[in-house]
Design a binder for this molecule. Structure first.
Ligand SMILES: Nc1nc2c(ncn2[C@@H]2O[C@H](COP(=O)(O)OP(=O)(O)O)[C@@H](O)[C@H]2O)c(=O)[nH]1
Ligand SMILES: [Mg+2]
Length: 671
């Protein structure tokens, strides 16, 4: 939120900047000094606009990102009061008892629970809306499921993972071929026997028969409902729990498989919750083998989003999460660390039991906080210590049944932890505001001193001219980065593909969808972008250009050393340089993404390349041959066709590097 006073202040500063810029531009002769002045004022103007946009954000989105089954949904439900007491029967001390337990309204469980991203919003009325998969996409998923049933006994050497559990559960509900259990006598012992109706039908009708029956039952065209409102019948909480579960499992015949679920919650349910303080709270799909995903990037890059990276206590910071945070924090110009939060979720007494602790929760947490900071520091990632938070939904709960341990604690203890969490988030937003307001002050100051004198001394002008010459010498990347470093790109790309789609049938699903597989958020073109850019400062393009980048940085920094007045001009340039550099990485990555898409087109059955990959499944493999080797070989061959993707990467890197250097020279008015 921006105050009227600041809005006025920014407006007047912007107008003065514009006035000064046009004054300089109108002047008779534009020399180096005037050019630097003008460029400097122009970047001030751009930056002010950015700052204003950020300050104008009324309500933030809060997005929870983390590995499957670590407690994201549980934490969200408890923090925002999406919980309620339910009667359940439980075996306690060997006896079955009816007890009351506190349960989350969203589906939680041993992992792989929620089928898609869930967006929570406070609202006047309670209702649920979905963004559905298309009929074609669902048909594909069903066919894939049937294939997997037919493949049950296939003993490929590659580790075999079935379609993700949550999708399989949905499909089995849609085609009404569920797994059930029957108790049978085994000798004189009872045991549970699994009955898989899909398998039975496959044995009876064969694969084609199974597919036909499945699609018939699915009735995909009739699944067109996308919204359901609270019916005012039973309790609102119970309605949310049951309806959400039904939609998540696709139990209703009117609903398609959801791509996203929006849950709007009325204030009756939210009483005492802080959900309405935020634009929305987002429970993203759990991370599996592939932490760097396009769907997450969208949130990470939005200025109005606070990203909470969730990690279990003992493994904090978890590897997947460090990787994801690291990938983004290497973009220095974006200030991601202002909006990034590590949210540690301790479970029962973990902080109290921490090594080197003193048995208290506070000490355990302090130790862990330091560990996390050290890890980030070693990875060279900037992270505010205040942005490392801890929350345990069950901290005051009993061990035997899930409810408040009222012998020792009261609701006020639970509430105090929630308040602390919400306050920490509010502080993060406030700190960001303070940093930005201070930056406005700095811009004002610097503007004043620039206005008070547009001249540089002889010595300073010579220093600038020297710097310009040095920068010009760095224009040709080829002189600094040898061709051979690019030669490994295709191999690295294929290795990455194998890592994020390890199981052969995941690969097969990707091939059948011509490079994409949404249920697992796989997009092989986007992956090309990531691999080309490098997932850290020590990989691919970021690694190759690390030294020459530092050299450029140093040339700019050096200018500020000896020369008092240059100190007012250069910081903007350094800032801009970081953002030019991030753009450079992004542009080359995008070129690679587009080129892979071109190379592997058409993305249809007309393509020999895709047909070859699809046909790889079920092919006889001779001694020593494997599915994966053959698939990777097919990819390799296609990507090596002229223009070889490695060479393409080199030429695009060099082209965009030259643009980057030209942009810096432009600041000095040099061609
Ligand atoms: N003991 C304990 N269990 C938890 C805690 N948080 C989550 N769980 C359990 O961990 C499992 C996965 O939690 P869930 O919230 O579904 O994880 P998600 O996949 O990250 O959304 C569930 O069985 C939860 O009951 C916690 O703080 N303590
Ligand atoms: Mg979940």
């Amino acid at each position: 939120m921006i105050t009227a006073q600041w809005e006025k202040e920014i407006k007047s500063l912007r107008e003065s900047l514009k006035l000064e810029i046009s004054k300089i531009s109108r002047g008779s002769e534009i020399n180096v000094v005037k050019h630097i002045c003008r460029s400097n004022l122009e970047s001030k103007l751009d930056r002010l606009k950015e700052i204003e946009e950020i300050l104008k954000i009324e309500k933030y989105k809060i997005v929870f990102i983390g590995t499957i089954g670590q407690g994201k949904t549980t934490a969200i439900c408890h923090i925002f009061n999406l919980i309620s007491d339910f009667k359940v029967s439980k075996t306690i001390g060997g006896k079955s008892r009816n007890v009351i337990e506190t349960k989350e309204l969203l589906a939680t469980g041993s992992g792989r629970t929620t089928i898609c991203e869930v967006i929570l919003k406070a609202s006047a009325k309670t209702y649920i809306e979905i963004e559905p998969y298309t009929v074609d996409e669902m048909e594909n998923l069903i066919l894939e499921f049937c294939d997997s049933i037919a493949d049950e006994d296939n003993s490929e050497s590659e580790q075999k993972i079935m379609i993700s559990q949550e999708v399989e559960r949905a499909i089995r509900n849609i085609i009404e071929l569920k797994i059930s259990f029957k108790s049978v006598m085994d000798g004189d012992k009872k045991r549970n026997q699994k009955i898989d109706k899909a398998e039975e039908l496959f044995n009876e009708l064969g694969l084609e028969g199974l597919k036909k029956t499945a699609l018939n039952t699915a009735n995909l065209e009739f699944r067109t409902t996308t919204r359901i409102d609270f019916d005012n019948q039973d309790s609102e909480q119970e309605w949310i729990k049951n309806t959400f579960a039904a939609i998540n499992n696709v139990e209703s015949k009117d609903f398609a498989i959801p791509r996203k679920i929006y849950l709007y919650v009325s204030s009756d349910v939210l009483s005492g919750s802080d959900l309405s303080k935020f634009d929305s709270v987002i429970d993203t799909k759990g991370i599996d083998e592939n932490p760097i995903r396009k769907d997450l990037q969208k949130y990470i890059e939005s200025q109005d989003t606070i990203c909470l990276f969730v990690t279990p206590f003992n493994a904090a910071p978890e590897a997947n999460i460090s990787k994801l945070i690291g990938y983004h924090l290497t973009s220095k110009s974006k200030d991601f660390h202002h909006r990034f939060v590590t949210l540690v979720l301790p479970r029962k007494n973990e902080p109290e039991k921490a090594n080197e602790g003193d048995g208290t929760w506070e000490k355990g947490i302090q130790i862990k906080q330091e560990v996390i900071q050290t890890v980030f520091r070693n990875l060279n990632l900037e992270f505010f210590p205040d942005n490392i938070l801890f929350y345990d939904a069950f901290r005051y709960y009993r061990e035997d049944i899930i409810k408040l341990n009222s012998d020792f604690y009261g609701q006020e203890d639970v509430q105090a932890d929630k308040n602390e969490f919400i306050k920490a988030i509010a502080d993060i937003v406030e700190n960001r505001r303070i940093i930005l307001l201070k930056e406005i002050g700095d811009i004002q100051e610097s503007f004043k001193s620039i206005k008070s004198g547009h001249f540089l001394t002889e010595i300073e002008i010579t220093a600038i001219q020297n710097a310009i010459q040095k920068i010009k010498n760095l224009r040709e990347l080829r002189k600094r980065v040898p061709s051979f470093v690019y030669e490994h790109f295709i191999e690295q790309y294929l290795e990455y593909y194998h890592t994020v789609c390890r199981a052969w049938n995941t690969k097969h699903a990707v091939h059948r969808n011509f490079g994409y597989y949404e249920p697992r958020d796989i997009d092989i073109y986007y992956n090309g972008n990531i691999v080309a850019a490098g997932t850290s400062d020590d990989e691919m393009l970021r690694k190759f250009t690390k030294e020459v980048r530092k050299e450029l940085e140093y040339i700019l920094f050096e200018l500020t050393l000896a020369n008092e007045s240059l100190k007012t001009f250069i910081p903007e340039l350094v800032r801009e340089f970081h953002s030019f550099y991030d753009d450079f990485i992004k542009e080359v990555g995008t070129e690679i993404e587009d080129e892979i898409e071109r190379k592997l087109s058409p993305q249809s059955e007309k393509s020999e390349f895709w047909n070859a990959l699809i046909a790889e499944k079920g092919r006889e493999h001779k001694n020593g041959e494997t599915y994966t080797d053959n698939v990777l070989q097919t990819f390799r061959r296609e990507l090596e066709l002229e223009p070889n993707l490695n060479d393409f990467l080199q030429s695009k890197a060099e082209e965009h590097w030259e643009e980057l250097v030209n942009k810096i020279l432009d600041f000095f008015g040099e061609e």
